[in-house]
Design a protein. Sequence first.
Length: 539
Amino acid sequence: MKKTKWWQKAVIYQIYPRSFQDSNGDGVGDLQGIIKRLDYLQKLGIGAIWLSPVYKSPMDDNGYDISDYRDIAPEFGTLADMDALIAEAKKCNIRIIMDLVVNHSSDEHAWFVEARKSKDNFYRDFYIWRDEPNDLVSGFTGDWPGSAWTKDDASGQYYLHLFSKKQPDLNWENPKLRAEVYDMMNFWLDRGVGGFRMDVIDMIGKVVDEELVANGPKLHDYLQEMNRASFGKKLGDEALTVGETWSATPESAELYSDPAREELSMVFQFEHIVAMWKNGQKYQGTRLNVPKLKEIFAKWQKLDKGWNSLFWDNHDLPRVVSSYGNDGKYRVQSAKALAILLHLMKGTPYIYEGEELGMTNFPFTDLSQFDDIEARTAAEDLRKAGVPEAQIVPMIAANSRDNARTPMQWDDSSNAGFTTGLPWLAVNPNYREINATACLADPDSVFYTYQKLIQLRKENDWIVWGNFELLNTADEVFAYVRLFDGRKYLVLVNLSDQTNTFSSVWTVKEVLIHNYNNKLDDISALQLQPWEAFAVELD
């Protein structure tokens, strides 16, 4: 058997700092707030926190526009607070994984401020400039169709920004820029972080004049150089590095994550997300297509040389129980079912804050309720495209990133225990029923299903290393077997509001986890209840 790394048996928990816990009453979550809640995360059993950006930033994109990579945004705290979080988390056997945003910086970063002063200064080539723009487009401009170029009036040249015009793209072809990035990464590694989640990392090798945005020819050279110069040198294979790669395929994922190549631990792939978008368009809505979901997961489970990440939710996606589950009558059952389905596959699972409570999407009714730059841009684009105003809110609401960013629901007190002040984003009004205190008091809650899944992974090598076989079942039933060391484990999930039948020649040796209280022994012709899910060892 292969050597098991800590992050192959661990579950990672993503924290969106603005929304997790406010400690000083200003309505914004902060680092001291996270420290306050470490005992909760320790009880859940996670191995690491992926911390969305807390760097100094003008917050045009909620921190993904960084103006100083070596300092903390005042709303989150100080460097001393960050050091305290790393130290206190370590006492709980929890590592801190920093968000690394190096495809672009803020236009208020000192590098860009200096770059705009002259065409000839040292920092000019840290960014990408052209005398004339090409047809590359940006996601956050608000223009139609949305140029990725903005003119710098002082020099008469255009700079590239694949996102907001306040997020100029860094020029990775410049070795001096790369050296600065690696030095910055070592600054954080020396402070004790355990690795990095790398924002849109597949874009750093872009070839601008060919309009090639992702998977450029030098991408993997840069990642190998990064590994040698920073986390590989400092932590070796103890480092957890995960790249955000919307363009990844199983073949390219193995290039990123094959240990022999010395690049990253794993990547986030989004095929199972994008395939559920209606007509392939994010703001056309989401429809769960179970046969397609089975096909995609089965394909990704075949990674041999590389390693998978497993996730439903993150800060860029709506709540899974609302988009793929049933957040009404079967909220608890479907939240558990989706967790069981995902966590018993091969790969490292990621939980987004509140997912373990079964938190739901926000009931948006008006455009004024959206904070996110992407949602506001999409609304403007839809308006320009002639979509009636009455249709825009429901179109944006289904997949808005704001769904994930509403404050964490801790208890049924004012503002869900998130803040004593005015929250920066409205709390979901269902917090009185859905909150951590209520879940912790209920032994049959979603929280304890997640806790059990985390513990099962720690204790069972079959979850880490077992072979995966998809079973042929009814369309809405997702069933797979994990084979390990001569033993066989069945995971069976009904992803629907209807009863479905599952027939089997096997008998149950031991029930490992189940989201209903029904007795589970004879599975020869099992009537699966809506959103029923279980894992068993087979005789």
